[in-house]
Design a protein around this ligand. Structure first.
Ligand code: NAD
Length: 482
């Protein structure tokens, strides 16, 4: 049992005054696996105030970029010591297969933190001769200030680190609010930061749902918001930040397309789609869940995907042999099952799955494939966030690109072909923030994010660091020596 009584605020473990708690439930057994205390407004106030003090402190705000980088490297080293533990915490809370969790949630954050620790060591000031020749200007990259991080349950550790690492590398101080489903791993992250000697107030972890999230992102002491989650909530946060003129990064939902070109090796494509379209039980934002197949190969593609769906092992997410674990919650399973019902009624053909596997407990659904799907139907337009694939036939490549782009979303996508140059040509025409050719995997050194309803701004790469820096120009009428 993972019983917690305190949140991490101002470098200390603090019991919230309200006394309310939240049960953490296993999606595999449907039983309680832990308890966390719920933050109230006073804990949010305390966390934001502590972050503000850290920014003004000698121990954090006063550090040189090199010294700050050294602290972050120490944090990364400490994180490297509990890779297995953090991976397992994710799996028992959200059902992510343990092999995925070990790489993404356990090891992933360590690499991200090391990357940004190195980038953040660069000098924060640059001297530029003035264009008019009358002296120099010092251009400074300053931390944007106190940042509110609000993250979802699907990849809690790695999506937190997409924000936390560049924020800290820029010199900001943060208040993290994880999703109610995945608070345990966030508290472990805080304990790791404490062991690594991160100064008080630099990372604060509170808990709670929408109400406390809203209170945090609109708090007067917050200077930037970084959010990953659903598009409806992203719109609300974007509206609030617009009103407050508060910079905000929004990483939202998706409904990406896999364009299977007519020269694709189908066996290799389907093997690639097992990850590119179904990673983490279909609960990944960028997945290529609309499979666009040449009309002449449509039935072949549907048959191959159905073969994949029935070959995948559905079961206990802690078992390393599992490909598909349970969905995060009963609510999420009901949502996915409603979409399966909508798909059945839409005129599409249910080619595989559609039901529950024969397990007596746990929020499992079978990997499901629909063929002959119309891109105008709800199962092609709306984010399902479960292991449900829709195969949509197309005539020529122009039509494939136009179907791929005919979406409210614009997050990811993939092209499958035996000619990589041709794949790159098609990728250039896809209107999304990222596209993979014959595979899809994020590159920590390259920007990631969405267009249209998939979000605003970018994470990862040097661009991800710039999002936490504000620029200041100091005009000097004359050159100075130091
Ligand atoms: P969600 O939007 O319901 O919740 C996300 C977080 O926001 C949670 O911590 C939640 O408590 C908080 N929240 C909810 N309402 C809020 C409000 N009004 N103000 C402030 N905070 C609020 O999303 P979810 O169901 O936890 O996650 C699934 C969604 O996240 C999917 O739509 C998925 O596509 C998206 N996602 C996007 C990316 C990306 O990088 N683009 C990555 C992962 C997940």
């Amino acid at each position: 049992m993972h019983e917690h009584e305190a949140l991490y605020i101002d470098g200390a473990w603090v019991r919230p005054v309200g006394g309310a708690t939240l049960a953490v439930v296993s999606p595999d057994t449907e039983e309680r696996i832990g308890t966390v205390p719920l933050a109230g407004e006073s804990e949010v106030d305390a966390a934001v105030a502590a972050a503000g003090r850290a920014l003004r402190s000698a121990e954090w705000g006063g550090l040189t970029p090199e010294a700050r980088s050294g602290l972050l490297m120490a944090f990364a080293e400490e994180l490297g010591k509990n890779v297995a533990q953090r991976a397992e915490l994710t799996t028992i809370q959200n059902g992510m297969p343990i092999t995925v969790a070990t790489a993404a949630e356990g090891a992933g954050p360590v690499g991200i933190l090391q990357y940004y620790a190195a980038l953040g060591a660069a000098p924060a000031e640059e001297r530029r001769p003035r264009l008019d020749g009358q002296g120099v200007t010092v251009v400074r990259k300053e931390p944007v200030g106190v940042v509110a991080l609000v993250v979802p349950w699907n990849f809690p550790q790695v999506l937190t680190m997409f924000k936390l690492a560049p924020a800290l590398a820029a010199g900001c101080a943060v208040v993290l609010k994880p999703s109610p489903e995945t608070t345990l791993d966030a508290l472990e992250l805080a304990a790791t930061a404490e062991r690594a000697g991160l100064p008080a107030g630099v990372l604060n972890v509170i808990s709670g749902g929408a109400d406390i999230g809203e209170y945090l992102v609109t708090h007067p002491g917050v200077r930037k918001v970084a959010f990953t989650g659903s598009t409806p909530v992203g719109r609300k946060i974007g509206e609030a930040c617009g009103r407050l003129l508060r910079p905000v990064t929004l990483e939202l939902g998706g409904k990406s397309a896999a364009i299977v070109l007519d020269d694709a090796d189908l066996a290799a494509t389907v093997q690639g789609l097992a990850t590119a379209s179904l990673l983490n039980n279909g609960q990944t934002c960028y997945l290529s869940t609309r499979i666009l197949a040449p009309r002449s190969r449509h039935d072949e593609v549907v048959a191959a995907l159905s073969g994949l769906a029935s070959a995948l092992t559905v079961g206990d997410p802690l078992d390393p042999g599992t490909h598909i674990g349970p969905l995060v919650s009963d609510k999420q399973r009901r949502k996915v099952e409603e979409y399966v019902a909508v798909g059945r009624e839409s005129g599409a053909t249910l080619a595989a799955g559609g039901g529950r596997p024969g397990r007596d407990r746990g929020w499992y659904v079978q990997p499901t494939v629909f063929g002959g799907v119309d891109n105008g139907s709800r199962i092609a337009r709306e984010e399902i966030f479960g292991p449900v694939l829709t195969v949509i036939p197309y005539g020529d490549v122009d039509e494939a690109v136009s179907i791929a782009n005919d979406s409210d979303y614009g997050l990811g996508g993939t092209i499958w072909t035996s000619d990589v140059e041709k794949g790159l040509d098609v990728a250039r025409r896809v209107e999304t923030g990222s596209v993979g050719v014959n595979f899809y995997d994020l590159d920590l050194g390259a920007p990631f994010g969405g267009v249209k309803a998939s979000g605003v701004g970018r994470e990862l790469g040097p661009e991800g660091l710039a999002a936490y820096q504000q620029l200041k120009s100091v005009y000097l009428g004359q050159e100075i020596s130091a």
